[in-house]
Design a protein around this ligand. Structure first.
Ligand SMILES: [Fe+2]
Length: 235
């Protein structure tokens, strides 16, 4: 991927602040003072409290997912880049240019931070504005999009992420990606995602992924998702 394209994607997502380095952005109070202080990459604070998504996701579920799984990807990523040039790269650059454990851990840190922002305690409803129009253009209507999203998320085999992603023309597609997959490596911009790894829902839903997906649809943070889509438009 060319650097220009990568920068476009990063700008399109419009979330530099979420993945900034420990010494960037602290003035805005967005970053955890954490055990990773001084590390190359630092886990951002959740945009809500650990228990604020309950009963959709319990505090126990989020404590494991955010506090154990997501944190572990940061810890491993920082170990992998220690003393290497990649320690100075942006996460998107590592995702685009690496493979193996480095890709897996970089993408998993990015994917989860994006996923947290795709949900909100008072989320739900449906897409509006330009994104709503694009969904109607690409899927027919919102109901069809919702049905396809739920179906694709439910049938994704094993661990992975279902993405709604936009191409350079603003067309939307559903992208089921295994393991740590991210639309950036497919030349597309992430718009919305759901984590369907079992660790995302097992505490609250056991093996009932379909119910987790159903409840997720009622907590989507559409203002954030719409902003991601609107940021894909050329300035
Ligand atoms: Fe996860």
């Amino acid at each position: 991927m060319e650097r220009r394209q990568m920068l476009t994607i990063t700008a399109a997502v419009g979330l530099h602040a979420l993945w900034a380095r420990p010494n960037e952005g602290h003035a805005q109070g967005q970053y955890a003072a954490s055990e990773q202080r001084g590390a190359a990459f630092e886990q951002a604070k959740l945009p809500y409290g650990l228990g604020d998504l309950a009963p959709f996701l319990s505090e126990e579920q989020m404590s494991y997912h955010y506090g154990k799984h997501h944190a572990a990807y940061f810890k491993k990523l920082n170990e992998l880049v220690l003393g290497k040039p990649e320690a100075q790269w942006r996460l998107e650059e590592i995702i685009a240019k690496s493979d193996g454990p480095l890709f897996n851990n970089a993408a998993q840190t990015w994917n989860h931070t994006f996923f947290w922002n795709c949900m909100a305690p008072n989320g739900g409803g449906k897409a509006d504005g330009k994104l709503g129009n694009a969904i109607e253009r690409c899927f027919g209507d919102y109901g069809t999009f919702e049905t396809q999203f739920k179906t694709e998320a439910a049938k994704l085999f094993g661990s992975g992420w279902l993405w709604l992603a936009a191409d350079a023309q603003g067309s939307l597609t559903l992208l089921p990606l295994a393991n740590a997959g991210n639309p950036i490596t497919h030349g597309k911009t992430p718009i919305l995602t759901i984590d369907v790894w079992e660790h995302a829902y097992y505490v609250d839903y056991r093996n009932n992924r379909a119910q987790f997906i159903e409840e997720f649809m009622k907590r989507i943070n559409w203002p954030f998702v719409q902003q991601c889509y609107e940021n894909t438009e050329p300035a």
